[in-house]
Design a protein around this ligand. Sequence first.
Ligand SMILES: [Fe+2]
Length: 290
Amino acid sequence: MTMNRAKILEKLAVIRDLPSIPEVVGKVMALVKDPEISISRISRFIEEDPVITAKVLQIANSPLFRGTREITSLSYAASRLGLKEVEKIILSISIMKGIKGMNKRDTRLFWKHCVSVALMTEVVNKFSKTPLPGNDPANNDLFVGGLLHDIGLLVLKHHFTDEYDQVILVCEAGETNLYETELEMLGTSHAEIGAELARNWNIPDSVAAMIAWHHDPERAPDAHLRLAQTVNIADFICNNQGLGFSGEVNIRKFSNTAWFALGLKIEDVEEMLDEVKEKAKESELLSMIG
Ligand SMILES: [Fe+2]
């Protein structure tokens, strides 16, 4: 017997080992939005978490970023990498810790999907006819929302395994995609569950909206419509081109409205893909998982 939405949300509220992000991540995400914030103030927050600090230093000292001398302090790392990069690293570490119960191959593919969509969301914005400028706070949400968009899948697969196996079987046997089948069989979706989770983490509403509406962007509140449309297109391109794998077997849909609103052209897709592949090569994020 399949669980319905109310039961799933009820159970979700009491599950103890949901993917979590350390308190420091929520704080940093809020602080990074403040243009007046100093690197040393953010560094002090991050230093409260020694695991994250060690990882940021490790990445700052990797060949891609390292200059002539070893980086041993977090504020030096942040000034070298930039705060946005530091935010990406700490968020990525948190999500990776949340991937449980998948075999090594699936974990790698899922992680590749998350990182590819994060990079693609930024690239889709860049190719759109009216890109969000770098100094717009929403620009900062592009990568983060892309990285987190499918986080609800982890919860459904890990905590509602039997119900979710049924969803997957129906998708594999027919032509419906995961999102539609989840809504039909569970009355909820990985998008809703993911957004619910993100709200518990205290992350910005704009990012929660990207997660909630990445399969149905036109239902996003006006303030976040643009971000939801951007992640919808990025997700479609990555799925369609096999950049990682999130479990979606029937990929056919993307929002036409989003495509035209962003002013994208079909001939841009190849260039966008090249750019994401290049960024992925340069990024340390993909190699962070075993
Ligand atoms: Fe999704």
